[in-house]
Design a protein around this ligand. Sequence first.
Ligand code: ATP
Length: 427
Amino acid sequence: MSDDLFQRIPAAARALLKAVSNLAEKQGVVLYIVGGFVRDLKLGISSTDYDLVVVGDAVKLARALRKSYGGDLRVHKRFGTANWTVTSVKSNLVQTLQDFADEAINISELPELLDFVTARSESYTQPAALPKVQPGDMQADLARRDFTVNTFALPLSEAVSEILSVPEAQQDLDQGLIRVLHDQSFIDDPTRIFRAVRYEQRLGFEIEPHTLELLQAALPYIAELSGDRIRHELDHIILEVERIAILERLDDLGVLAAIDQDLVLNATVRAGLGRLPGDTENADMAYVTWLAYLPQEDIQRIAARLQFSTELTEASLAASKLKSDLPDLSEASPSQLVKCLEHVPDLALKAMTYVLEDANQKRLVENYLNDWVDIKARADGHTLKERGLEPGPRYKEILTTLRSAWLDGEVSTPEEEEVLLERLLND
Ligand code: ATP
């Protein structure tokens, strides 16, 4: 085990990793923590992505852990992967793990989840298709990875002390460079185009010149990717704090246009995405904010290409429609506005508070969300029935008229509503 890097891991997580490596040793397998976790550890950034590679059977190790310590296990037998969630057993774990710790450990430093992968090699038979996978050694596992700085593997087994990586990894990390491992990399898997830009902007690195040439040459292969795989990459990007810088770089490189010619980044979109909370966890909200400025037919096409859910497609279309309708509604009464807004999905309405630049239009949507949506007449269907009105279309007319009267300030007390109701019933 390489001590100084390992010591940078929070004490509770260190104890947990020791417990895991203890079981790995009993099973006679070697265990590494790899990828972004080690990259970030070296950069002094804390990471919550505990990616563990087992040179041997990862599923068997994860099962033994659950047996010894509890928690929840999700296994993908076919891929030789498992994730072990410890959230529900954290407080018991802290006491058990104290034996593996050299200092008092703190429950808040325990990771929620450990990911286990069986070391494997990959081969690509076709551009942009998923690879063929077979068990391999640790070097083969590193050779399948995207960028040099993601190839560090820190051994967790007592018997092994050497940190593994591809040869250029440390130098690229020191110089802040994103470099692919081989010239075919972006063609094998064009999702790496998105990943390269995401890491570059997040870490303040630079894509090294030859990698940049390869990236640009591989842009036509984006067309071969499934919508799901592209959206999965965009989901990550759109939730990054640096989302605007990443999207700008993707736009400059022609990556967004390679998804769809109209998926460009303009000042309106930049401003809208800039108004989203930096740490938003709602990717759908970010997509609606991004697409609302586009005409309906462009949204339909992009939503189909990215395999959006029906809910997300409908919210994006509704937001775009509302954006073009709102300028004509500036003089409308509250009840007229409610009529327009009450059928708009909540997601679209909330996104409008980021999309809209005009303060008056924004206030209308906020008024609806904060106040008007809750304003209802006192009377309801039961009231009308009790007053002897035959069920039928009049019910809806009367209740809508009463609600409109409240919304527009024509009625402001139950007594005034009663007077109006009486008049409507007598009409
Ligand atoms: P983040 O810091 O965003 O969590 P990460 O580096 O932990 O990123 P993951 O997406 O969790 O990345 O993937 C874990 C590791 O798996 C990466 O560090 C990388 O080595 C490898 N990896 C992920 N996706 C690919 C890919 N498309 N091609 C090759 N290697 C990949």
